[in-house]
Design a protein around this ligand. Structure first.
Ligand code: ATP
Length: 234
């Protein structure tokens, strides 16, 4: 087993002849939180989907603790939040989580489902059909689904989207706890302030390439726009 949690080396992704990712290399050690920052269309979602094994790199190599993302070992370790992850509209929140807990082979699916409904503030609506949920409720369910099987690597595409201030606070606390437990997080975000508070490292993605990567510094925290001003394209 590799001691790098998320390893991505020389990754390119072409859609037709458009290069959505150009030669991306990133290494995230266990227990770190990498924030992927970048404008719309920069390539953050494409990169996260490749890291999670939902999409294949055209060139380059990706591994999660030394395994390719689609291998069983890596799949068990990954918790993903973003488009393309299934949540069933015609099932209740509880039924959805029990289904996924079974899929991951958890010993006590209902117990895990109830625990995560509680942690994400969905206990009251646990029997409601997801079809009737607001965007914020769906997002909270997506958070529960990402954490449910105790993954050691959390890959989160815009995790704060559609959440109100209270739910943002809850998610930040869950992510902080995950880091204290030694889990690894890679997240893309437009909510710079929330993400930078958590991040240990930052990568600025621009037009499919990495314009800056390194530790999150006090300047970034003091002024979330600093990174764009210093390293971004005008
Ligand atoms: P956003 O914050 O808007 O989601 P992003 O940084 O996540 O932006 P991506 O969604 O990864 O960016 O998109 C990167 C580029 O690749 C964009 O120019 C987008 O139009 C293009 N792209 C993404 N998916 C596809 C696809 N399936 N087919 C063709 N082009 C695509």
């Amino acid at each position: 087993m590799s001691d790098v949690a998320v390893d991505c080396s020389g990754v390119w992704k072409f859609y037709g002849d458009f290069p959505a990712l150009r030669d991306i290399s990133l290494e995230v050690p266990p227990g770190r939180c990498l924030a992927l920052i970048g404008r719309n269309g920069a390539g953050k979602t494409t990169l996260l989907r490749i890291l999670a094994g939902f999409s294949k790199a055209t060139r380059g190599r990706v591994s999660i603790f030394g395994n390719q993302p689609r291998e069983t070992d890596a799949r068990r370790r990954i918790g993903f939040l973003g488009h393309g992850i299934s949540i069933y509209d015609e099932l209740s929140a509880l039924e959805n989580l029990i289904l996924f807990a079974r899929m991951y082979g958890l010993a006590e699916p209902k117990k895990a489902a109830l625990e995560w409904l509680e942690l994400t503030g969905l206990t009251r609506v646990r029997d409601g059909l997801v079809r009737e949920f607001s965007r914020g409720m769906r997002q909270r369910l997506a958070v529960a689904r990402a954490f449910l099987h105790n993954p050691s690597v959390l890959l989160l595409d815009e995790p704060f989207t559609a959440l109100d201030d209270r739910a943002i606070g809850v998610l930040q606390a869950l992510l902080q706890a995950a880091l204290r437990e030694g889990r690894t997080i890679v997240m893309s975000t437009h909510q710079l302030r929330e993400a930078l508070e958590l991040a240990t490292d930052v990568a600025l993605v621009e037009r499919g390439g990495v314009a800056y990567q390194g530790p999150r510094t006090p300047e970034m925290l003091a002024d979330p726009g600093w990174l764009y001003a210093r390293y971004g394209e005008s």
